[in-house]
Write a protein that binds this ligand. Structure first.
Ligand code: CDP
Length: 225
């Protein structure tokens, strides 16, 4: 288990996906599950109360499914990978992720999904601290909030729009404050985690650093290319 935590837009998911590919591991994006639960709750128009949201997630069901082409988020059997990245979900996800029973449900799902794979890279906010404190490698990825906002917009081809960068930076800072300030499983640097500040670092270097940590921790990995 390689646990990658960090604030919004620090590149956890893209890094985790690339590391998993290099090592032949499965990538599990815990944020995608929180986003899928949020999407389901918003679509149901249900009041945002923990037990209600969990009942909905169980009955639909909401889940991460391991497929031949990777892991995808599903609601009622439908692939929602795109829809979970929309603004209406991003705006509400931290609120739903702060509900303790929702976190318990997500954690159980993540542990069950991880149990099916021999090697896993999981990214989120509390993976090294709460979900898998025994992970063999723990990384805390971070970068300046401006760089994180620019990267987020670069994914959509708008990195030189200064107003858009400022708006994305405000959203990122708002979510960081919410995630770090909550009572249950707040965003923290996990014990024993290697902190990687990627401001100014290339994506390839970022991936190499994590793969290097994995090789050191796990010894020779047969599948490493
Ligand atoms: O946008 P970004 O990729 O940074 O976020 P994400 O990983 O998709 O996670 C979306 C939201 O889910 C976060 O802002 C947190 O509120 C919540 N989350 C969490 O609380 N714990 C996790 N392990 C993962 C995500």
């Amino acid at each position: 288990m390689i646990a990658i935590d960090g604030p919004a837009g620090s590149g956890k998911s893209t890094t985790a996906a690339a590391v998993a590919k290099r090592l032949g591991f499965v990538h599990l994006d815990s944020g995608a599950l929180y986003r899928a639960v949020t999407l389901a709750a918003l679509d149901a128009g249900a009041p945002i109360r923990g037990q209600r949201v969990v009942a909905l997630a169980r009955s639909l069901p909401v889940r991460l499914r391991l497929t031949d082409s990777g892991v995808r988020a599903e609601v009622a059997g439908v692939d929602v990978s795109r829809e979970i990245r929309t603004t209406r979900v991003t705006e509400r996800v931290s609120e739903i992720a702060a509900l303790p029973v929702v976190r318990e449900w997500v954690n159980a799902e993540l542990r069950a999904a991880a149990g099916q794979a021999p090697g896993v890279v999981m990214d989120g906010r509390d993976i090294g601290s709460v979900v898998f404190p025994e992970a063999g490698v723990k990384v805390y990825l971070t970068a300046s909030s401006t760089e994180r906002a620019q990267r987020r917009l670069a994914q959509h081809g708008h990195a030189d729009d200064t107003d858009a960068v400022a708006a994305a930076e405000r959203d990122i800072m708002r979510r960081d404050a919410h995630d770090a300030g909550r009572t249950v499983a707040p965003l923290v640097v996990p014990d024993e985690a290697v902190v990687l500040d990627t401001t100014g670092m290339s994506f390839e270097d970022q991936v190499d650093r994590v793969v290097g940590l994995a090789k050191r921790a796990f010894g020779s990995l047969d599948t490493v290319s």
